[in-house]
Write a protein that binds this ligand. Structure first.
Ligand code: PTJ
Length: 243
């Protein structure tokens, strides 16, 4: 039991959720390591939404609003940390939600689908086929979901799969606290922010963006600049810590 007055209460609650869900077989054991890496990078960016991430979140909303077939791909960590936030984003975008796992088992798909549905998410079901240019089960996805998407959000994704989706001509948005990861470097648009801060910001922007702002955000999308902004924010934060 984490004491409510602990200075790092919110962070510890998230960590506990991830740990418990790993024991329950919902989060992959590897996902515990991914969470720890995320925590470390969140310290480095100051555990807040940095300016370049807010721009990326607004741009993500613009891409969603502009999409003909938007999809949100959900893995174990994302479902456990942000099922309610995914439900809100789905409402704001009309996106199809597909459970798509790196460490894929039918049992995990069923458990994660239930967590999402309990939070009000409508989850696409169907028979997964090997449709991505990747080896083994990582190629599996739904023809009427990820395969058909033109804009796809893949939070906390693996670099290889992100690259395969980009190579299929999709606009790939990722949420990844590590701006140096292969995923961050390969995606069309990278949001260097914590998942539960990023998703509500995208949802809010979907509701607030005007047509002109939406158009400008898409025209000016420059992921290299966005990533540079994140790395500069880390540099600045580290310099401030030494003052
Ligand atoms: O549930 P599965 O089987 O699909 O597996 C999911 C994991 C996360 C295990 C899988 O996709 C994986 O191995 O991912 P990686 O390669 O560890 O990449 C995940 C990235 O997400 C890392 O760069 C972390 O820094 C980042 N990350 C972790 N937690 C958060 C995060 N970014 C934003 N918010 C977080 N809460």
């Amino acid at each position: 039991m984490i004491p409510k007055d602990h200075p790092r209460y919110a962070s510890l609650v998230k960590r506990e959720k991830i740990a418990e869900s790993a024991w329950d077989g919902v989060v992959a054991m590897e996902g515990v390591g991914s969470h720890g890496r995320g925590e470390a990078f969140d310290y480095l960016i100051g555990e807040k939404t940095i300016e370049s991430a807010l721009l990326a979140e607004k741009t993500a909303a613009a891409l969603f609003l502009d999409a003909s077939f938007p999809v949100i791909s959900v893995n174990g960590n994302t479902a456990v940390l942000a099922a309610a936030e995914i439900a809100e984003l789905q409402k704001a975008t009309g996106a199809v939600v597909e459970v798509n796992l790196f460490h894929r088992t039918e049992e995990r798909i069923v458990k994660i689908t239930k967590i999402l549905e309990d939070a009000g998410v409508s989850v696409l079901s169907g028979r997964a086929e090997k449709l991505l240019d990747l080896s083994h089960d990582r190629a599996l996805c739904l023809r009427e979901g990820i395969y058909k998407s033109d804009v796809i959000l893949v939070p906390l994704e693996d670099g290889d799969r992100c690259e395969a989706l980009v190579n299929m001509g999709k606009k790939v948005i990722t949420i990844d606290l590590n701006p140096l990861s292969r995923t961050a470097q390969t995606a069309t648009l990278t949001i260097t922010d914590e998942l539960t801060r990023a998703l509500p910001n995208i949802t809010a922007a979907c509701r607030d963006l005007g047509d002109e702002e939406q158009k400008l955000l898409i025209e000016n999308l420059n992921n290299k600049e966005i990533l540079k902004g994140a790395i500069e924010a880390i540099q600045e934060n580290l310099s401030n810590a030494m003052d």
